[in-house]
Write a protein that binds this ligand. Structure first.
Ligand code: NAD
Length: 288
């Protein structure tokens, strides 16, 4: 895994398939479909060149419109989407993937993920879902493929059963839930960790340790936490609907936090008690 400075000073990380991903992007979870095009356009104007969406978010169409609305070429923006939980069977996955490309208005996607492993559904079979994603990569419509919310034993099963190592594993990571064992497995096996809810949906910003470090550096609490992720080598894509916060979250490459500060933030980990999202070993939600 290596990184080099890319557009807007955002480092580009090399994935295990040779492709590059901007280490900082913009997430659109819970952005209303009819607000997504304008929100994405604003984020691109701020400087973001990486958008993280999902079939489940219902706003892929707005992401495509936002990119076109910003006057950017498709190749200038790294786009990720994720397979919805109801579509793990190979035929459904193929149909859903076609619909993703159609909604985005593009003939390829930079990164496509299995959103959740759903080990209690589909007879525990996520391997056939994964090999279907391998087909999307082989035919060039997905430049890179990966997984999300996979625990170590899910990754081990994929390694045993299939030939392609996921390029990324997108998991919950923030100072209250550092998820370091899954991250370490990724590092060992050349799987880049993407940290979702990087600022714990705002909940970590009032922490006295975060505030102390922010004050000493003269930056905002969100910038401290995002910088912590960057220093640890993870990819992040904070979400905000406000241009000022989008800008704040983007401006994290002109200061550094030192080892002591990184350790103090990492020590905020609360283990499982700090997890905000569902437990990947039991999560089994499928929309009606
Ligand atoms: P986040 O940690 O990015 O927090 C977003 C919230 O924090 C915003 O709604 C806003 O209220 C607040 N905020 C943002 N910037 C701020 C700032 N500078 N100052 C003060 N408050 C600020 O949470 P998220 O949206 O859950 O996660 C980011 C992205 O991760 C999502 O948009 C999505 O793309 C991805 N995600 C993936 C999964 C998954 O299962 N793979 C799950 C959740 C999120």
């Amino acid at each position: 895994m290596s990184s080099t400075a890319g557009a807007g000073g955002v480092p580009a990380i090399t994935l295990n398939d040779g492709n590059h991903i901007p280490q900082l992007g913009f997430g659109v979870y819970q952005v209303a479909p009819d607000e997504t095009a304008a929100t994405v356009k604003t984020a691109l104007e701020v400087g973001y060149r990486h958008i993280d969406t999902a079939q489940m978010y219902g706003n892929e169409k707005g992401v495509g419109e936002g990119i076109r609305g910003a006057g950017l070429d498709r190749a200038q923006v790294f786009v990720t989407s994720k397979l919805d939980n109801g579509f793990h069977r190979p035929d459904d996955a193929r149909r859903a993937f076609d619909e993703t490309l159609q909604a985005l208005g593009t003939d390829y996607i930079d990164l496509f993920l299995i959103h959740w492993p759903l080990p209690t559904l589909y007879d525990g079979d996520f391997v056939s879902t994964w090999t279907t994603l391998e087909d999307f990569k082989a035919d060039g419509r997905a430049r890179s493929i990966g997984v999300s919310n996979f625990q170590i034993h899910h990754l081990q099963e994929l390694a045993r059963e299939t030939g392609v190592t996921p390029a990324v594993n997108q998991i919950e990571v923030h100072p209250y839930f550092t998820n370091d064992e899954v991250r370490a497995y990724g590092t060992e096996h050349n799987i880049v960790t993407e940290g979702w809810s990087p600022i714990a949906q705002g909940k970590v910003l009032g922490d006295p340790v975060v505030i102390r470090i922010a004050k000493s550096l003269g930056v905002h609490p969100a910038q401290v936490v995002l910088r912590w992720h960057i220093e640890r080598g993870d990819v992040v894509f904070p979400k905000s609907l406000h241009p000022q916060r989008m800008k704040e979250n983007f401006e994290i490459f002109d200061f550094e936090i030192n080892d002591e500060e990184i350790e103090a933030l990492t020590a905020l980990d609360r283990g499982e008690a700090g997890r905000r999202g569902p437990d990947p070993d039991t999560f089994a939600y499928i929309a009606d």
